[in-house]
Every structure is written in structure tokens, then in C-alpha cells.
Design a protein around this ligand. Structure first.
Ligand code: ZN
Length: 328
């Protein structure tokens, strides 16, 4: 009996073993799967989370830098406005002569009245920075319609297709000024050498396009910008040696700030400032994202022309210098 049972047992063993082995394998697989699936899931999610964090961090940095840059430009504007207020006060306290040793940068504003020629004529200079742009022709059409001459402080980099526009500015009697070739603060203000290179590139570029050698410059960010790593007086000395005058502004349309201004707001801002100057150097922008400046132009010209004894003129060699940081 026993032998038979044992024999039977021996006979059944391979089949059973197979089943047991299969079962074992299934259990092992199931266990492995149960461990692997959540683990891989966790790893994948972890990587994704890490990437998202990195992205968020880089965005944070970008926002941080942008905010810094924005603050810089706001600071520069504030500084310029503060300087002009001081100039204005000095002029009032020093009387019309304004020569009782005000700081160098105050002299020009102090001399506004004396240098404006006939003292009862207010001179308004409409100056457009950053062009040419897709709107320059529209601006030129409006200026032509009102028979008004303005000043364009242009750039050159990436503007290769604008040859006709540069020429039109010149042909229609406007003043062609320079506003750096690249308009890249980090490059042009890194060293005097860089500044010189950039300026010469623009000057040659404009000469090739128009046959005009420009004698006028506007610093990107103004001469009072706090971006420049080069002493601005080194640069102004260089400009002087090149027979180039630079012009800042004493009236700002505010069309370059991050806050969008509609055409009515631009007109109001400018008209709030112009009457307090005998020489009003108005900063406007000619750029693809600034159509409200173009829309403001007709009304702006009309309101300026309505002021008594006021004329709108382009910058010339005789124009009184409006400078935030004056040359020595
Ligand atoms: Zn600019």
C-alpha cells in the first residue's frame, strides 16, 4: 500500500511541481510588478516634478531680471526727471542768467531762455527714438500733412530693409540723429571701445544709406542712464572729438514705459510739460509696439501749435543742448 502511495506520489510530483513553479513564478511576477509599477511611476513623476521646479526656478530668475531691468529704466526716468526739476529750481533761484555756478548738468536748462534765440518764441523739438519701424512712414505722412519737421534718432541693426525710410527722413527735411547701431545696452556700454565701434558702424551705415553724416546722438537710456559700465564723460568726450552733439530730453511722452498709454494720455503728458519750457525737447518713440504714439501725433502737433509764440523745429547745430549729464 505504502509503496503504491509513494509510487503514486512520485508519479504526480512533476505535474504538481510544474503547477507550483508556475504559481510561484506568477506570484513573483505579481510581486515584482506591484513593486516596480509604483516605483517607476514615482521616479517618472519625480523627474517631471524636478523639471517643473527647474523651469519654475528659471522663470523666477527671468522675472527677477526683467523686474530689475524694468526698475532700472524707471530709475533712469526718475533720475532724469529729478535732475530736470533741480535744474528748473536752480534756474529760478539763479535768475535768467543761470550762470552762478550750478552743477554742470544744470547749466543747459538754466540757459534755456537765453539760448532759445528770440526770447518770446518757444521751440519744441519732436524727437523719435528707436526707428525706423513699420510706423515711420505713417509718422512722416502726418508730419508732412502739418508741414512740421522733426528729429529721428535711429538705430541700424536689423533695419537693412529700411533704406527708403532713412532716405525719406532726410529728403523731407527732418534731422537724422543716431541712437546706436545695436541698441544693446550690454554691448555698447561695456567699454569705450565697444561704444566707438557701435557708433562708427551706425554712422557708416547711415552714410551709405542716405549720403548724410549725422552729427547728433541720443544715448539709449539717456546720458543719465545707470546701465553704462563706461564713464559717460569718457564717451561724451569722444563724441565731442567726433563733432557729434548729444541730446537728452526734458519732456517725456512716457510712451516707453511698460504701462501702455493711449493716445489721449500721451497728448496730456506732453502738454502738461511743454508750457513750462522755452526749449522743449520731447521724447517720443517710433517702434512697432507703439502705435498710440502715432495716433497721438496729429492732436499733439495741433495743441503745440495752439500755444502762443511756439514753433516746432528739427534739431540743428544751433539747437540749445538739452543734456542730463553735460559735457565738461
Ligand atoms: Zn531707445
Amino acid at each position: 500500500m505504502e509503496e503504491t502511495k509513494k509510487g503514486q506520489n512520485r508519479e504526480m510530483t512533476p505535474g504538481r511541481r510544474k503547477r507550483i513553479d508556475r504559481l510561484k513564478k506568477m506570484i513573483v511576477r505579481a510581486v515584482v510588478l506591484m513593486i516596480l509599477l509604483p516605483t517607476t511611476g514615482c521616479i517618472i513623476l519625480g523627474i517631471k516634478l524636478h523639471r517643473a521646479r527647474q523651469y519654475a526656478e528659471s522663470m523666477e530668475w527671468q522675472i527677477y531680471f526683467l523686474e530689475g531691468a524694468l526698475q532700472d529704466s524707471v530709475d533712469a526716468t526718475d533720475r532724469a526727471e529729478a535732475l530736470l526739476r533741480i535744474n528748473e529750481e536752480l534756474r529760478q533761484s539763479a535768475g535768467a542768467s543761470g550762470r552762478t555756478a550750478p552743477p554742470a548738468d544744470a547749466e543747459e536748462a538754466a540757459g534755456e531762455e537765453a539760448a532759445s534765440g528770440t526770447e518770446d518764441t518757444r521751440k519744441v523739438y519732436l524727437t523719435f527714438d528707436d526707428g525706423p519701424s513699420i510706423y515711420t512712414e505713417e509718422i512722416l505722412d502726418i508730419l508732412a500733412q502739418y508741414n512740421v519737421k522733426a528729429t529721428f534718432f535711429v538705430t541700424g541693426k536689423g533695419k537693412e530693409g529700411y533704406g527708403d525710410v532713412y532716405r525719406r527722413i532726410v529728403d523731407e527735411g527732418h534731422t537724422l540723429g543716431m541712437h546706436s547701431y545695436s541698441h544693446e545696452y550690454g554691448n555698447i556700454y561695456a567699454s569705450l571701445e565697444n561704444f566707438q565701434k557701435d557708433l562708427e558702424t551706425l554712422r557708416n551705415f547711415l552714410y551709405n544709406e542716405t549720403g548724410v553724416v549725422s552729427h547728433f546722438y541720443r544715448f539709449p537710456g539717456g546720458s543719465s542712464n545707470n546701465v553704462s559700465r563706461t564713464d559717460i564723460r569718457e564717451i561724451t568726450a569722444y563724441l565731442k572729438a567726433m563733432d557729434i552733439e548729444y541730446f537728452d530730453w526734458n519732456v517725456s511722452a512716457g510712451d516707453a514705459t511698460s504701462v501702455y498709454l493711449n493716445s489721449g494720455q500721451i497728448v496730456n503728458r506732453v502738454m502738461n510739460q511743454v508750457p513750462s519750457h522755452r526749449v522743449a525737447m520731447v521724447l517720443l518713440h517710433d517702434a512697432a509696439d507703439k502705435h498710440s504714439t502715432v495716433e497721438a501725433l496729429p492732436k499733439l502737433i495741433e495743441e503745440i501749435q495752439e500755444l502762443e509764440d511756439t514753433e516746432i523745429v528739427p534739431i540743428t547745430k544751433e539747437t540749445m543742448l538739452i543734456q542730463h549729464v553735460a559735457n565738461e
